[in-house]
Design a protein around this ligand. Sequence first.
Ligand SMILES: Nc1ncnc2c1ncn2[C@@H]1O[C@H](COP(=O)(O)OP(=O)(O)OP(=O)(O)O)[C@@H](O)[C@H]1O
Ligand SMILES: [Mg+2]
Length: 402
Amino acid sequence: MVQMVKKGKFAGRAILLAGPPGTGKTALALAIAKELGKDVPFVPISASEIYSTEMKKTEFLMQALRKAIGVRIHELRRIYEGKVEELSIQQEPHPYNPFVKVPVGGTVRLSTKDSSQRLKMDQAFATAMVRQGVEVGDVIQIDPEAGRVVKLGKSKEAAQKEGYDLSAVQVVEVPTGPILKNKEFVYTVTLHDLDVSQARAGVSVVSLLFGGEESKEISNEVRRTVDEAVKEWVEQGRAEILPGVVFIDECSMLDVETFSFLTKAMEQELSPIIIFATNRGVTVVRGTDFQSPHGIPLDLLDRMLIIPTYPYKRDEILEILKIRARAEKVNLTEEALNYLADLGAQTSLRYVVQLIAPASELASQQGSKQVTKEHVEQARQLFVDVSRSVRHLREFEARMLK
Ligand SMILES: Nc1ncnc2c1ncn2[C@@H]1O[C@H](COP(=O)(O)OP(=O)(O)OP(=O)(O)O)[C@@H](O)[C@H]1O
Ligand SMILES: [Mg+2]
C-alpha cells in the first residue's frame, strides 16, 4: 500500500481493513503513516468525529479529504543573495513624533565569493532591513518583487570574529556566483490550506463590517477557484499533486449519507486514497434499516479493496509482547513472556498487553528488578479478562443491581 500511495497510483480509491477487534488494524494504519514520510499527507479521523455540531458532516469530511491532498509548488524567483559588507540606513524624525526616528532609505553592499554589488533601497526595504535586524556580516536574501528580506544567518568569518562559544545564531556559508540570481523554492501545502487562504482573501465587506458572519465552512466556489488554479500550475509545470491518505477508523459509525458522499467524492478528479477500518460483521447501515456486510452500503463496498486481518497466533503475540515490553522498559523473564503469550492465545492480545503494567508494578513493590511468571499470575488474579468477568457476573447475578 505504501508503494502504491507513494507512486500516486491509487488516488481516488479505497481500501477496507476488516477483522475482529485487536487484530492490528489501527496499528497498521499508524505504520503506514510513519512510512509515507512527511511530504505525503496522512489524515487520521475517527468516524464518530463527524458528528460534531460545529460543522456539517459533509463539510468535515470534505475538509479531511482536501487536507489529504498535497500540492508541491516549485517557484522560480529572482532574488539578490549575499553577505552584507556595508549597510547604511538614513533615518529621519517621524512626521508625527519627532523623538522617534524612522528609516527613509539607504544602501547595502552585498558580496558573494565571486562578485559584489551595491543596492539602493527605498523606505520599505530599509524598514524591512531594520525590522529583520540585519547587520554587517549577515547573509541575506532580498526578494524585490515580494518586497521581502530574509536573514539566513551569520557568515562564518563574522561569527569567528565575534568569537562566541555559545550562540543561537545560525552560521552559514557565503554564497557563490552572481548576486542577482534565479533560485527555485519548493514548498508543500495542502488543498485545504489553499482553500482557507482563498476564503480569507475573498472575505466580503459585509462580514468585515458586521462580524460574526465568518463561518467555518468553505464554499464550493472557493474550492472550485483553488482547483482551477492548481490545475493551471500543474499544466505549467509549476506544481505537482501529492495524493495522500485519509484513514477513517471505526467506519461503521458513518451513516448512509456520509457513505454516499464519500462514494461520490472518490470519483472526483482530485481525490486521496481512503482507508477504512472496521471490526463489525453483517450489521445495519446507520441511518437505514437494511443490513450490509461491515455496515457499509454494497455499492461502496464493491469499489473497495478489502484486506482481512486475522487474530494473532501465539508466536505473533509473543513477538508483540516483546516489542511492548521494550517500549515500556519492562524487564520480563523468558518464563513470564511465554506465560503471557499462552494466556494471550486463550484470551486476547489486548488483555495480556495490559497485564504488563500491573505485573511490573507488583514486581517493583516486591523489590524485584525482573518481572517473573509469579508477578504476572498475581496481576492476573487482580485483573480479570472479559470471559472471567462474565463468569463472575453470572455467579453473582442475583446480587448485582439491575
Ligand atoms: N504488528 C504489531 N506490532 C506491534 N503491536 C501491535 C501489532 N499489531 C497490534 N499491535 C498492538 O495490539 C493492540 C491492538 O491492535 P489494534 O489497536 O491495532 O487493533 P484493531 O484491529 O484496531 O482493533 P479494534 O477493531 O478494536 O479497533 C494495540 O495495542 C497495538 O499496539
Ligand atoms: Mg482500532
